[in-house]
Design a protein. Sequence first.
Length: 227
Amino acid sequence: MRNHLLSLSIVALIGLGLADVAIAASTPTQTQTVPLKPTNSFTPLTFTKFDPDLGTLNSIDIFLSGHEEADGTVSAIGRDGSYTFRSTTQVTQFYAGGRHLNDVLPSNTDTQVLGSGGSPIPYAYAHQSGDASIYYTLSSAADLASFTGPVGSPGTLDLVVFIGALSSITGPGSVTNSISTSGGAVSSVTYNYTPAAADTPEPGALAILAAGSAMGAALLRRRRALK
């Protein structure tokens, strides 16, 4: 009997202890895409805010990737030489209010030789594509507040993506050139939090603890009576 009561008490204490342990959790990842479009454009990406009914928000993991496509042509009639085509597309992410978050820079450089052996080639075409990505985490009080909505109805938050480009074609003498650029992006948001239930003992653990305590008290009274 004594061993049985001891086992119940131990189980109760273990259950209560486990109920108090804060177990980390993450929400399903939200992903939004900016389709390929001409550069120098702004696109808002809408994400659902964190619902505090789930628990306490600890941090936000954000993924941002950028993609560029660039086309360039150069005409240098009657001239030999090496012509370099450079293109860098900057994909920048920031709050709708304007505060900068992060950016990625897909970039490429392409060099073509126009003309060789005294037989100049008057025209050249270059096509480039590039990708870059970054993961970053937000955990400041201001960021957590920005991503948290009202209980039960969290609402949404816009993260704006700006896609800009800087391109050039350089080479000897006077050249005629044209450049067109476009870019796209993908961004995702994941919330890391402590579930609200982690701070509250489970009803089953409390029931076991109460039963074990009651039986322990009964055993103590019986032993005293026998003495």
